[in-house]
Design a protein around this ligand. Sequence first.
Ligand code: ATP
Ligand code: MG
Length: 332
Amino acid sequence: MAPALRAVSAAELQERIDSRNEVPFSVWDGKVRMSVAGFQDKLLVLMDGQKIYLADGSLASTHILKPEPLNSATPHMVANEHFCMRLTSRLSLRRFGQDHAAAVDIIRVPSPVLSVTRFDRKGDASGVERLHIVDGCQALDMPVSAKYERNMGNGKDVQHIRDGVSFEALMSTRQYLVQPAVGVRKLLVWAITTLLLGNSDGHGKNISFYCTRAGLNVAELYDLISVVQYDSQQYERDLAMAFGDVFDLSEIGGFALADFCMRTGTSRTYFARELTTLCKIAIDEAPLQAADPVYREEEVPLVQKIAAFVTERANALLAMAPTIPKFRNDFF
Ligand SMILES: Nc1ncnc2c1ncn2[C@@H]1O[C@H](COP(=O)(O)OP(=O)(O)OP(=O)(O)O)[C@@H](O)[C@H]1O
Ligand SMILES: [Mg+2]
């Protein structure tokens, strides 16, 4: 099919953000555009420098644009996600010399829009190559309805049913990983950012794998949000996946983390060491990320609040880490 690019100006994007109640954000030029999974409004675009296009034919999108959600109970989600992603980049770059998070930016049209670089695309307006990825549910051959470990929900009568995607199930993919050590490390960084950021919505479709002839590779991390910043009446805060048997972030202690290691086949000494190192880095880097001049007005106190939360969580985890290797094996 012939390449087709349709420019989207900042003014048009702003107008579409403002009229989302009347016209769904996914409908452009009278057609529903190919959409991606997920709950929030999103638009797949090809970005060439600052220019934004809808791409068709032999061209493909290179970025995902996420405006602020319409839900007023979750203000400054764009800054929140940007902060969580950039902090994860800082942690992984400093610890491993490798960026484990997808690249993000904030575009202001002038409403803030998070632009996420697609890791399953390579190229620009002169040609885009598509890489094959599957999400955690697909990799485990589980239906979308199993994206939360408590696949029937967390109602009192069904919360014991845990047939959905868990850390244990995700780690069982290690046998298919091209570089198991690197992949496992990325999955552990994801688990640790869940603990540090309060990213409770890390479910089975919020982690992906590249599919290659040689096997799977864990993709860059995405959709990292400090959900705990928002009112628990409005937003589910239970963890998508338990650490051991614990789904409540505030109840996680050394034993739950040791249990997590046992179930996922992770050396407890190794996990304790990585957790300690990453927490120390987080204490350094969270305030630096909060000071990024990209944040404006009311976003500034929100990212400062997240940075303070990360520091508090890191200190709590640092105190737990030395206990992780110490529980007797017959406790599990
Ligand atoms: N950087 C990326 N590169 C490629 N694919 C991505 C990237 N980020 C997200 N995706 C894909 O797009 C989907 C939706 O993105 P995302 O999870 O950020 O949206 P969401 O609406 O916030 O999701 P949720 O329903 O979990 O709240 C993901 O499930 C994933 O399949
Ligand atoms: Mg998602």
